[in-house]
Design a protein around this ligand. Structure first.
Ligand code: SF4
Length: 322
């Protein structure tokens, strides 16, 4: 069996979705935003152009092969903003014909003002957009959007989608210490969230290595206190969740590298996501590190591993021999 996967990765450990099979619909790093906290680093292609960024047929072929990994969710996320792929709706429909595994889309929500994007997203079971600011000034400072996206358009799209979508609508609010995490700003965000009426409000902070060095996470007790502004239904998302790992028969170094291409992970994240023992993860990491495919990054007391050269030159990875 051909083990090469370019567009499908994991299953990865997801804080909200258990073991999540990731589907990457855009090349690294193609996004409508350039968030200062982005775990993927800075955006190299900031765009609002919707097109078939990666071949639809190849994505579906890889998905078919990976369904045997029995994920809890099939999740569209990865190297940027998935709603930029013009075939998103068609791909979700085809996945539905293939399996009963629920489909989730992790989106920044910036294109929801477009009716066709709302119609395509409405085919998913769970849509998880984000709102990180309560006014245009902070929106520009934190999300650094493409000039075609205004704060008004973003909020209008988020509100409109609620009226059209009957599935689960989970809004993530990521707060930054000394920035959007100040109580007055949080009150502004909470006011907008009440208008959007999501099924869940999930508070997060920059727990993984961010694009910009100065970004700081809100400490756990601070996030819990700020959550009160969003009402009793708001939840603080822990930095990892307890996962039911399903052991894979022969997890490869390629599987570990594919995961690290999409997000920085700790040893335990990789072990949980791939359903393998930490000792086995360490063995693969040592090989990948020796070949220059990955590097380490410290975040507080935690050590994260990430694919080497993502920000500088992705073609390095294509040449990696691991
Ligand atoms: S955090 Fe998400 S929305 Fe922001 S730049 Fe990164 S991929 Fe894009």
């Amino acid at each position: 069996m051909n083990e090469n996967f370019k567009y499908v990765f994991g299953p990865v450990p997801s804080r909200r979705l258990g073991r999540s099979l990731g589907v990457d619909l855009v090349p690294f790093k193609t996004c409508t935003y350039d968030c200062i906290y982005c775990q993927l680093g800075r955006t190299t292609r900031k765009t609002v152009e919707r097109k078939e960024w990666v071949p639809t047929a190849a994505v579906l072929e890889e998905l078919k092969r990976k369904l045997a990994s029995h994920p809890d969710y099939i999740t569209f996320s990865g190297s940027g903003e998935p709603t930029l792929h013009s075939g998103l709706g068609e791909i979700i429909e085809q996945v539905r014909a293939m399996t009963k595994i629920p489909v989730a889309v992790l989106t920044n929500g910036s294109l929801l003002w477009q009716p066709e994007v709302r119609a395509e997203l409405a085919l998913a079971d769970v849509v998880m957009p984000s709102l990180d600011a309560g006014d245009d000034l902070l929106f520009q400072a934190v999300n650094r959007p493409h000039p075609d996206i205004t704060f008004e358009k973003l909020v209008a799209g988020l509100e409109q989608f609620r009226g059209e979508f009957s599935g689960q609508y989970w809004l993530e609010v990521l707060l930054l210490a000394g920035h959007t995490g100040l109580p007055a700003h949080v009150q502004e965000i909470a006011e907008i969230v009440r208008r959007i009426r999501p099924d869940r409000v999930q508070l997060n902070t920059a727990v993984r290595p961010p694009a910009e060095e100065h970004v700081r996470a809100v400490p756990p007790e601070g996030l819990a206190a700020l959550a009160k502004a969003f009402g009793p239904e708001a939840e603080v998302i822990a930095n990892y969740c307890i996962l039911k790992a399903t052991p894979q028969s022969h997890p490869s170094a390629e599987a570990v590298l594919a995961l690290l291409k999409r997000r920085p992970c700790r040893v335990q994240d990789i072990a949980q996501g791939l359903g393998i023992k930490p000792a086995e993860v360490v063995k693969h990491l040592a090989g990948l590190e020796a070949n220059g495919c990955i590097c380490r990054q410290r975040r507080g007391a935690e050590v994260f591993y990430r694919a080497a050269g993502r920000q500088a030159d992705e073609s390095q990875l294509e040449r990696c021999s691991c």
